[in-house]
Design a protein around this ligand. Structure first.
Ligand SMILES: C[S@@+](CC[C@H](N)C(=O)[O-])C[C@H]1O[C@@H](n2cnc3c(N)ncnc32)[C@H](O)[C@@H]1O
Length: 288
């Protein structure tokens, strides 16, 4: 197999040493290319501008290039960006699993790294389910699950008003408005206020693992499913997954829930020996 296109473009502009550090940090989101700045090396902005111009030249479908100058931060999980080439536009149409999503990359969390998990969850949804998505973002989990899983309805919550704005647009774009409702606010408060029991609760935000799990046990039915996300240590992916399984079952036990792990997935490695993992749990019994 030849060299990946992004690597070749980066090598042409930056030489192989810099390119090695950067090319995996380029993401294509719709017609926008995002370069995530590395914090271990200091590269002048002009170098990124040259890379941006080359990306525009080599990838005709890319119309705008942005440099992400911070990691995701704050409860809304967004980054700070600097525009470096092409159209000064941060809104785009992003496609995943046959669905289309309008997003502003500077206003909502978006990461193709969750793409596999969006479909992995959709495949588990059974017809007629009531689903709660506590940290829905622009609604990729909810919409892909609605398209492929035929739920009765999906309630999606997000604290970022831009995320709920784009979620509502995306629900219309994908023609799933009959089964979707979006709420803007804090899921840790709203979930209990809903006073409803769901067949499946998604918690795609590892930073609030403990808090979300506590709330989710009230919102899930016996015989339902929980999908918490968490950060976990491990010498490798397999060990991290086993550690996550054990941690989730223990926490649920302390919350009065007998749970059984039926699956899981390592979303990404976030540091040496540290992973972002999600676990699929069947709720056998609620004792409290
Ligand atoms: C990692 S992103 C997940 C986004 C989305 N599920 C996806 O697949 O792209 C986490 C989301 O949780 C939202 N969030 C953070 N704290 C929240 C809270 N307390 N209640 C509701 N949403 C929250 C953020 O705004 C962000 O959109």
């Amino acid at each position: 197999m030849g060299k990946p296109l992004l690597k070749r473009i980066a090598e042409k502009v930056l030489g192989s040493e810099y390119a090695e550090l950067i090319w995996k940090r380029v993401e294509i989101l719709g017609d926008i290319a995002v370069i995530r700045k590395s914090y271990s090396i200091d590269i002048p902005i002009d170098v990124f501008k040259a890379l941006g111009e080359e990306l525009l030249k080599e990838l005709p479908y890319v119309k705008s290039v942005w440099l992400a100058v911070t990691p995701v931060h704050g409860s809304e999980r967004i980054r700070e960006y600097v525009h470096i080439a092409g159209e000064r536009r941060s809104e785009t149409l992003y496609k995943e699993h046959g669905c289309i999503f309008k997003v502003d990359i500077t206003k909502v969390y978006i990461s193709p790294v969750l793409g596999f998990d969006h479909m992995r969850i959709a495949k588990q949804v059974r017809e007629g389910e009531k689903i709660l998505n506590m940290f829905a973002g622009f609604c990729p989990y909810s919409i892909i699950a609605s398209k492929y899983g035929k739920p009765r309805y999906v309630v999606s919550i997000d604290i970022n008003e831009y995320a709920t704005y784009y979620a509502r647009i995306n629900i219309e774009l994908n023609k799933v408005s009959a089964v979707n409702e979006v709420i803007n606010g804090d899921a840790l408060i709203i979930t209990s206020a809903l006073g409803e029991k769901f067949d499946r609760v998604l918690m795609p935000y590892p930073d609030l693992f403990e808090e979300a799990l506590k709330v989710s046990v009230y919102a899930v039915k016996e015989g339902g499913f929980l999908h918490p996300h968490l950060f976990i240590e491990g010498d490798n992916k397999r060990i991290a997954l086993e550690n996550a399984y054990r941690t989730v079952i223990e926490r649920l036990h302390n919350l009065g829930v007998v749970g059984k792990v039926i699956g899981g997935h390592v979303i990404r490695s976030i540091a040496p020996r540290k992973y972002h993992v999600t676990v699929d749990v069947y709720v056998e019994k609620k004792v409290k």
